[in-house]
Structures are given as C-alpha cells and as structure tokens.
Design a protein around this ligand. Structure first.
Ligand code: GLU
Ligand code: ZN
Length: 314
C-alpha cells in the first residue's frame, strides 16, 4: 500500500507537538521551549502530540526516549494519542522522496569542497551550497545512484524562496537560496531531517510548531517541501534559546542543567519551572509556581522577550 502523504481532513482544532531528539538528557533549554508549546495548546483546547526524533541517531542511547517521557510526565507535561518514533516511519519518508525525485540531483561534494567554494563565510553551521553538481542530468551512473554518500539535493528555482511569517519573530525574508542553497533531501538512503519533519507534521495534522530559533534559517527549506508536496503549511513559532552567562547556547560547560540532575538533588518540578516561567514574563519576580498547570491562565506569547534567556542556575 502506498503510504498517505496528505494530511487528515482539516478541522478547526489546533494541533501542536513536542519533538525531542533522544540524543541526551532533557535540560532546562528543552523544557522552556516545551513549556511554551504545551501551554499554547492546552490553553486553547488544542491537541498536543509527542514525537521522538530518533532518525539521525538510530544508535542513540538506549532508553533515552523512555527517560525523556518519564521526566516530562514528572514535570507535569502530558500529550494526546500515540507517541511516534521517526525511526519507524521510513516508508512514509521514502514515498515523499520519490515524489520529489524529478526535482533532485545527486551531489558528491564533501563538506570541505563546499567550504572551499563558498565566497564568504556564512553565519551558523549551515553551509551555503554553491550548486557545483547541479549540471548533472539523468540517467545517473549506477554507482552514483547507489552510493550511500550521494546527497540528493533539491534544484531550487527562483519561485522556491520559502519565506514565511513566523508567529513569534515575524516575517522571515531570507530566501532558501541564501540560507542554504540547494538543500539535501536525502543522503544515500538516509532521509534528511528536513523532509522527515515535514512529512510527520503534515501526516499528523500539526497546525502549530513551537521550536528553538536555531532552526529559523533551516525553515525556508521546510516551507518549500510543504509546497512541493502539496501539504498545508503550519504556523511556526521560533522562540529564543536558553544560553549560559557567556551568551552561548546552554551546554555542558555551563554546568549540569539536566532535569535528571536537579531531580536527584531533590528539586521539585515547580523549582525548575519557576525561573523559566518568569523568563517568559508569566509570573512576577517574587512569585513561585508549583505546577505547569498553574500557568494555563497566564500563558501569552507576547510577554516572551525576543532575546535569549540567560540562565544562571536554579
Ligand atoms: N528534534 C528537534 C530538536 O530537538 C526539534 C526540531 C523541531 O521541533 O522541528 O531540536
Ligand atoms: Zn555537489
């Protein structure tokens, strides 16, 4: 049976999702974004789904997914329906890949090749692909078709800009050609994250996507995929990340901010949620909360500062 690529019939119900990658333990950075996503849906009567993004990390820590779900529940999160694991949805991704195939071409450039070809350094980790292999035309040699490292890139046309209006940051006007160029849709048989996430969100009827603003520049590529696959575009809300006192993305060097560690030290959910809620402008300086649900009547996107939240510890 050909898997369905179209989303379920649209209803007025809003559907959000939490999409953790089981790459490690949950930390306060993940939780702040999840809080916003959870409250957005729970305060409007929408549904919230949970999807484990274990596609890029098939070998990832056994049990990390269970630990994430357990910690989320402990913090007061809940979700609706079945949990999805990306690693079990390969057939759906491959069907989408086949649909795109006429617009894809095989690329054999290495990262170093692309870096060398780049005229000016590009901000962030995304490399702007210069189009080196674009002139290749089918039929492609078998070794190229079957090679596990062949990158299948989308040949962007000027109409494919992927600009969109973000529900938090406003208009995002940098076209995909300037964000990443002809982006990768699959590498060998490994479907790229951008395609999987679009297929999944559309298949589950997601209408509202709250996630970290580190993904902002990768979003035009996803918008283009929605358009090419004929799927309705959800609304995106890219929210600021949590950073350490040095202004850099929260990481090990800032000390242990894992939820599991705070919990082992005897912290209660409210102690972890209080500074995060305060950083979103939902509670006052001296106020404390003891549960996520207490924030339901206070939720608003407009009180969240547009700048990263500097976390100094609990
Ligand atoms: N799994 C991604 C992450 O943990 C989420 C990306 C998304 O929400 O689209 O960063
Ligand atoms: Zn190439």
């Amino acid at each position: 049976m050909t898997p369905m690529l179209t989303s379920p019939p649209s209803t007025h119900q809003r559907i959000g999702r939490l999409a953790p990658s089981p790459t490690g333990a949950l930390h306060v950075g993940n939780i702040r974004t999840f809080m916003i996503a959870w409250l957005q849906m729970r305060s409007c009567g929408g549904k919230l789904l949970l999807r484990i993004e274990d596609l890029d990390h098939p070998k990832h820590k056994v049990g990390a997914d269970e630990a994430i779900m357990e910690e989320l529940r402990w913090l007061g999160f809940d979700w609706d329906g079945e949990v999805l694991w990306q690693s079990q949805r390969q057939a759906l991704y491959e069907a989408a890949f086949e649909k795109l195939r006429p617009q894809l071409y095989p690329c054999t450039c290495t990262r170093a090749d692309i870096q060398r070809a780049q005229s000016a350094p590009h901000p962030g980790e995304i490399l702007l692909y210069p189009g080196t292999c674009r002139s290749r035309k089918p039929p492609y040699p078998t070794e190229l078709l079957n090679h596990p490292k062949t990158a299948w890139r989308l040949a962007l046309t000027p109409e494919m800009h992927g600009t969109f209006t973000d529900g938090f940051t406003g208009a995002f006007t940098t076209p995909a050609a300037q964000c990443m160029g002809d982006f990768v849709v699959a590498r060998g048989h490994d479907i790229a994250y951008a395609l999987a996430v679009v297929v999944d969100d559309a298949a589950t009827g997601v209408t509202d996507i709250v996630r970290g603003d580190d993904i902002l520049a990768a979003t035009p590529a996803q918008v283009i995929l929605y358009q090419l696959l004929g799927l309705p575009l959800p609304r995106f809300y890219h929210v600021p990340l949590v950073v350490g006192s040095d202004g850099r993305r929260l990481a090990k060097r800032h000390g242990d901010t894992r939820i599991a560690t705070y919990r082992q030290q005897g912290a209660q959910p409210g102690e972890i949620l209080t500074p995060l809620a305060r950083s979103c402008g939902w509670i006052g300086l001296e106020e404390r909360i003891s549960s996520l649900a207490e924030l339901l009547p206070r939720f608003s996107l407009t009180t969240i500062p547009p700048t990263p939240f500097v976390f100094h510890g609990l």
